[in-house]
Design a protein around this ligand. Structure first.
Ligand code: NI
Length: 205
């Protein structure tokens, strides 16, 4: 998992029949705790094939983002998109077409944070309320070798922080401040939670 992704390097031709679904690593697998390695050549054919498979795997699983460690490959690659129905009215929170970034970096803009629900393909069945920076700036390299740089807010910023965290071995429960707000999705649907009330109890630090 931490060596060369032989599966991708050795295959000279595109996959027969197109893309492949990859197995998703779940919380507890060491690949999810490791710091992922930089990609030396973002335009290498194996990187493009891996991204295509990550996209197919993400779409099949109903995710909005996925990072390479989540498919057992410890490399600094993320894929995400932001659908129109998820965005808030904050400036900078905008719909984003499917984006693949290699060796990405994120930094907060200001210190303001907001709480919001998150889920993760590596933590199936659960949701948690996580504080994230409201506004961030991020950059990375796309599959054509172009440098991408964006400012993001709201849900767009949340997705980016969640996905980039995977590259440093961090899962969202580690970012949570009140684990009473880590719940099964099915229970949440049956028993809606007054998040503000629970956070108000835990706030006075
Ligand atoms: Ni995740």
């Amino acid at each position: 998992m931490l060596g060369f992704p032989l599966l991708y390097r050795k295959r000279p031709e595109p996959h027969i029949g197109g893309m492949a679904l990859l197995k998703i690593a779940r919380m507890g697998h060491p690949v999810l705790r490791a710091r992922a390695a930089e990609i030396e050549d973002p335009q290498a054919p194996w990187v493009r094939r891996l991204v295509e498979d990550m996209i197919e795997t993400m779409e099949d699983a109903g995710g909005t983002g996925i990072a390479a460690p989540q498919v057992h490959l410890s490399y600094r690659i993320v894929v995400f998109r932001v659908d129109a129905d998820r965005i808030t009215d904050l400036p900078g929170d905008s719909e984003q077409a499917l984006t693949a970034l290699i060796n990405p970096i994120v930094e907060p803009v200001g210190s303001e944070r907001a709480y919001g629900w998150e889920g993760c393909l590596s933590v199936p069945g659960l949701r948690g309320v996580v504080p994230r920076y409201l506004t961030v700036r991020y950059r990375g390299i796309d599959l054509d070798g172009n440098r991408i740089e964006r400012e993001a807010a709201g849900f767009h910023a949340r997705v980016v922080q969640h996905e980039f965290d995977h590259l440093d071995g961090i899962l969202y429960p580690q970012r949570m401040t009140d684990h009473r707000l880590l719940v099964f999705t099915e229970e949440l649907q049956r028993h809606p939670i007054d998040v503000a009330a629970i956070l108000a109890e835990s706030e006075p630090r």
